[in-house]
Design a protein around this ligand. Structure first.
Ligand code: FEO
Length: 174
């Protein structure tokens, strides 16, 4: 059985993951509006990944005999100054999520909840990948330079990012 403090923290994380998905959908909508369909596709795949993260926490809380409670999800922003700014905000957001996961790990250790600690290790690794993926796009955007001048490079990157699809890992439901 989950301790209440752990259950509350995991429910809070479910809300945070759903907000992440909402944020990336908003970024996707921004790109759709700019005609950057590949960037929009990348954000859609990212949003699906966040939904998967929320479901992973949801399944775990239920598996441990806890209860899932949903709360209101904040509205995300809808406009950014540039493509680069979208990805800089994405990186800041993912760094904040990493901090949240690290705090959950500390809480699990504090309560000697080894099962929660073990479950969280998947997210610790996932955050390394999440930050790396975003950093890769930022590096590419910086190579292209200002998007007003680097139109062709931006379109090539748009085509590349449009290849991204989200495939749930085989561990789903474990
Ligand atoms: Fe669920 Fe992007 O971290």
């Amino acid at each position: 059985m989950l301790k209440k403090q752990i259950q509350d923290a995991l429910n809070d994380q479910i809300n945070a993951e759903l907000y992440s998905g909402y944020l990336y959908q908003a970024m996707g909508a921004y790109f759709e509006n700019k005609g950057l369909d590949g960037f929009a596709q990348w954000m859609k795949a990212q949003a699906k990944e966040e939904q998967f993260h929320a479901e992973k926490f949801y399944d775990y809380v239920n598996e441990r005999g806890g209860r899932v409670f949903f709360t209101a999800i904040d509205a995300p922003p809808s406009d950014w100054d540039s493509t680069l700014k979208v990805f800089e905000d994405t990186l800041s957001h993912e760094e904040a999520v990493t901090e949240r996961i690290n705090n959950l790990v500390s809480l699990a250790l504090e309560h000697k909840d080894q099962a929660t600690y073990n479950m969280l290790q998947w997210f610790v690794e996932e955050q390394v990948e999440e930050e790396d993926n975003v950093n890769h796009v930022i590096d590419q955007l910086n190579l292209i330079g200002d998007e007003q001048k680097g139109g062709t490079g931006l379109l090539i990157l748009d085509r590349e990012l449009g290849q991204r699809v989200f495939t749930p890992p085989a561990t789903i439901g474990e």
